[in-house]
Design a protein around this ligand. Structure first.
Ligand SMILES: Nc1nc2c(c(=O)[nH]1)N[C@H]1C(S)=C(S)[C@@H](COP(=O)(O)OP(=O)(O)OC[C@H]3O[C@@H](n4cnc5c(=O)[nH]c(N)nc54)[C@H](O)[C@@H]3O)O[C@H]1N2
Ligand SMILES: Nc1nc2c(c(=O)[nH]1)N[C@H]1C(S)=C(S)[C@@H](COP(=O)(O)OP(=O)(O)OC[C@H]3O[C@@H](n4cnc5c(=O)[nH]c(N)nc54)[C@H](O)[C@@H]3O)O[C@H]1N2
Ligand code: SF4
Ligand SMILES: [Mo]
Length: 790
């Protein structure tokens, strides 16, 4: 993040923003350096792979290898040239691959857990130790005793081993799923609450509202589609407490009080209803707005008292044509949107009427006071959204997601889309806009590797954060990636689980990160360039199929996740079920009969520079264009019966649990975290080409808060609360609100002057979360701290 002014922004990010008007910090294949084919004349070799770091892009690489060493990375050309890009991190792999932070050999712990003392061991000893321990635990307690924890975006996270052993999988439990729960309980679809509209559909939007998402830093490979939409005339409005990179490129920046986002959405619902700016026809046909709520138990009125599904026991509506009660799916009816009725002596009213009543309290004045956004700004924003469509309402995974009330935000956001008819409408869309996760690739199923039916992945008993305090079956963890550092706020508490309770911990990673220090056995894998096989990885991404080949030989003694899985499976007696090579596995995936995959094979991919476009339509992917949703009723279900007991069947405002509590007197600063285009969580932190932009972890604070604490730029500060403390240098920034401090997440503890930022972060679950679709979430940004000079 740069300093506040636009001028500084452009000046500050020279390398990062050279082509910003077009594409954020990306370099296009045809616009820089000379083509690598020139180099290949001089005996150098070209190889193709793609970058999988978890930033949301999957930029494709054309690599030049000289004397076995990776010497140049350029963007490979995609059939759809818009994707032929790379960013600073992508290029910096040239350095990162050869970094001294790499794990080089298998290791066995000799010190205390957390101390980081190891001795090198052979692969044979390492695999034997792990396999023997897994065998012992498996026969004594079953597969549920071995938990596999994985970092975000891993491509081949040993899927077969988890099935063969019946291991449960913890993929970022309690992270990134808060809004998704509230949202998907309305829409019925797909993890992480992604918008149903491909990001390329933005060009058809007239209004784009981004709340709590910094897409120009966090899905940099898609920045171009936002600029494209702006060039086509869309109005871009960014709601963010801070003057973010995305805010700096918007038509309007609306600063908001942190943690109050659901109040903004509820205020918008109030205004839309009060002004009649809703699409009555859409609501009547495609949503549960006409369904009837029983006054006696708040449940929806069904045809009978059975627990059958909506087909056998339909929801009931009041039909205008016959002026009578009818099943919601009866032919020829006109369900009434509004009204109260008496049915067999019982009072019922429509969901729409209940929504009007429920949100009456959320007046523009109330919303203004709660969010600290001027009342007229909220009214104008709402008018723009409701009457300036098609409109996209977009959010991210930082911002409002990392607060205890994020489920309410997701629920209210989905209702706004339903009120304005922006679901399934070209240029519309509601939901998370990051990662380009929604495209035709999303509806192109690959074939699974066939395993006999007795082999099934285990089921998670509870969020990992509770495992230290509640009885559970987990005795060992197979940790792929840096999960320990990244996935555990209130780290001192989590450490008790790693240090005192777990019998056995294995970590598999490229880097010597914090999780390594807690492990009993450490297994080094190669970077995305290295392999012992010719064909290494494959995935569908952004309407294309991407294949990767070996670029260089494995460095040091590293192997791959695939090889480690194979070695373990063989030692555990499962060899017959395993593919022999990654290519076997990929060929099996490609045997899927889906028409979008027709003609796409390992051979044709190789013949086409390892990238082919799926045989899919050329227009952007939009789900539910037919207005059929994957909910029980097939409608957008805006009334959530599961939440009746929490008074959240319709969204009701709730303050963030910590930020606005009495604790603020003791710890007056809200501590938010963020991500930047220079890193991916804990990755790229030590690459020197990147270090020149981000030399060290810095606690950012507003000049007023610095002054009142006697702090000057660069001072070493202690950041603390009752959960713990860490030290860092401070950086005074104008584009931060007073009363809030901030830091980029992911910094390795060994680069902090002292401690780890997750020592202070809030891990308290909202009890309602346990009844939500994806369980409770960590409210990372709902954290209060005090800061003093160290
Ligand atoms: N470069 C890079 N990109 C990434 C990643 C990465 O590590 N590096 N990680 C990926 C992952 S896993 C994630 S989760 C996403 C996250 O991606 P984003 O959701 O874009 O994440 P953040 O940067 O945390 O926050 C977005 C914005 O929310 C604002 N914000 C903070 N608090 C509030 C609030 O209370 N209300 C509102 N309205 N805004 C608020 C911040 O100022 C920030 O500008 O990024 C993905 N992309
Ligand atoms: N304080 C704080 N903490 C946070 C957040 C925050 O906002 N604040 N954000 C949270 C969020 S949104 C997220 S998504 C998580 C992200 O948490 P993670 O996804 O765990 O974060 P990364 O640092 O990207 O971890 C990736 C690790 O996996 C390794 N790795 C990459 N590819 C592979 C592979 O193919 N195989 C194996 N074995 N290892 C691989 C990398 O080398 C790296 O060490 O962090 C969370 N933690
Ligand atoms: S880090 Fe992301 S945007 Fe950058 S090159 Fe890699 S995949 Fe592309
Ligand atoms: Mo995330």
């Amino acid at each position: 993040m740069m300093n506040i002014s636009r001028r500084n922004f452009i000046k500050g990010g020279v390398a990062g923003t050279a082509t910003l008007g077009l594409s954020g910090s990306l370099l296009f294949a045809d616009k820089w350096l000379r083509p690598a084919t020139a180099a290949s004349d001089s005996g150098e070799r070209i190889a193709y792979t793609y970058h999988p770091p978890g930033c949301g892009g999957r930029c494709a690489y054309q690599c030049t290898v000289r004397d076995g060493k990776l010497v140049k990375i350029e963007p490979n050309d995609w059939p759809d040239h818009r994707y032929s890009v790379l960013c600073t991190r992508g290029l910096s792999e040239l350095q990162r691959v050869y970094s001294p932070d790499r794990l080089q050999t298998p290791l066995k712990r000799v010190g205390e857990r957390g101390e980081g003392k190891f001795v090198p061991i052979s692969w044979d000893e390492a695999i034997t130790t792990v396999a023997d321990k897994f065998k012992e635990l498996h026969s004594q307690y079953g597969g549920k005793s071995i938990l596999k924890m994985i970092s975000a975006n891993q491509e081949y996270a040993m899927p077969l081993l988890s099935s063969l052993l019946g291991m449960p999988i913890a993929l970022e439990t309690s992270i990134d799923t808060g809004m998704a729960s509230g949202y998907e309980e309305v829409t019925g679809t797909a993890p992480f609450g992604y918008s149903h509209h491909e990001i390329t559909d933005l060009v058809n939007s007239k209004t784009i509202i981004m709340i709590g998402v910094n897409i120009f830093e966090t899905t940099v490979a898609d920045s171009q589609f936002v600029f494209e939409a702006k060039e086509a005339g869309a109005k871009l409005i960014v709601v963010d407490p801070n003057y973010s990179t995305t805010a700096s490129k918007a038509d309007q920046w609306i600063p908001i009080k942190p943690g109050s986002d659901p109040a903004l959405l509820l205020g918008m619902i109030n205004i839309i209803l009060a002004n009649g700016w809703y699409q009555a026809d859409f609501l009547q046909k495609n949503t549960s707005a006409p369904f009837l709520i029983r006054a006696d138990n708040q449940h929806l009125l069904r045809q009978n008292d059975s627990a059958d599904g909506p087909d056998e026991n339909p929801f009931m509506v009041w039909d205008e044509v016959s002026d009578s009660l009818q099943p919601y799916n009866a032919a020829g009816i006109q369900p009434k949107l509004e009204g109260e009725f008496t049915v067999g002596g019982m009072q019922v009213k429509t969901v729409f009427s209940a929504l009007k009543e429920q949100t009456k309290q959320y007046t523009p004045a109330w919303a203004a006071e709660t969010t600290e956004i001027p009342e007229q700004t909220i009214i104008d924003l709402t008018r723009q959204y409701a009457t300036g469509g098609p409109a996209r309402l977009a959010w991210g995974f930082g911002g409002a997601e990392k607060i205890s009330n994020s489920d309410i935000f997701g629920h209210a956001g989905a209702i706004l889309g339903a009120l304005t008819g922006n679901f399934g409408r070209t240029g519309g869309g509601v939901g998370n806009c990051l990662f380009h996760r929604i495209s035709w690739a999303y509806v192109t199923p690959l074939a699974p590797w066939p395993l006999p039916p007795q082999f099934k992945t285990g089921v998670m008993e509870m969020p990992t954060a509770l495992m230290r305090s509640r009885p559970n079956s987990v005795k060992a963890v197979l940790n792929l990636g840096n999960s320990f550092q990244q996935h555990f706020p209130n780290f001192h508490q989590a450490e008790k689980w790693f240090k005192e309770q777990l019998e056995f911990i294995v970590t598999v990673d490229v880097w010597d990160n914090l999780s390594v220090a807690y492990s009993d056995i450490v297994l080094p894998i190669g970077s995305c360039f290295e392999s012992n096989y010719d064909i290494t990885r494959f995935q569908l991404n952004r309407n294309h199929a991407l294949l990767s080949e070996k670029v260089i030989e494995p460095l040091f003694e590293s192997k791959s996740d695939f090889e480690i899985e194979q070695l373990l499976a063989a030692r555990l007696g499962f060899e017959e079920y395993m593919p022999k090579t990654p290519e076997d596995y990929i060929r099996a995936q490609l045997s899927s009969p889906h028409p979008f995959l027709e003609g796409i094979t390992v051979e044709t991919l190789k013949a086409n520079n390892f990238i082919m476009r799926l045989n899919c339509p050329t227009e952007p992917y939009i789900a539910s264009k037919d207005q059929i949703y994957k909910t029980p009723s097939t409608k957008l279900e805006i009334y959530n019966e599961k939440m009746i007991e929490f008074d959240q069947a319709l969204p009701a405002y709730e303050e963030p649990a910590e930020m606005n509590s009495e604790l603020r007197q003791k710890y007056p600063l809200q501590f938010a975290q963020y991500r930047s285009r220079f890193h991916v969580h804990s990755q790229f932190m030590r690459v020197s080409w990147i270090r020149q932009f981000c030399p060290e972890p810095r606690l950012e604070l507003n000049p007023f808060d610095a002054k009142s604490r006697g702090l000057a730029n660069g001072d070493l500060v202690e950041v603390f609360n009752d959960r713990g403390e860490f030290k860092a240098r401070c950086k005074i920034m104008n584009d931060l609100r007073s009363g809030a401090v901030r830091m980029e997440e992911g910094w390795w503890s060994k680069d902090m002057p002292e401690g780890d930022m997750n020592n202070v972060i809030n891990d308290a679950f909202n009890p309602r979360g346990f009844k939500r679709k994806y369980g409770p979430i960590f409210p990372f940004y709902d954290t209060l701290v005090e800061v003093k000079k160290a």
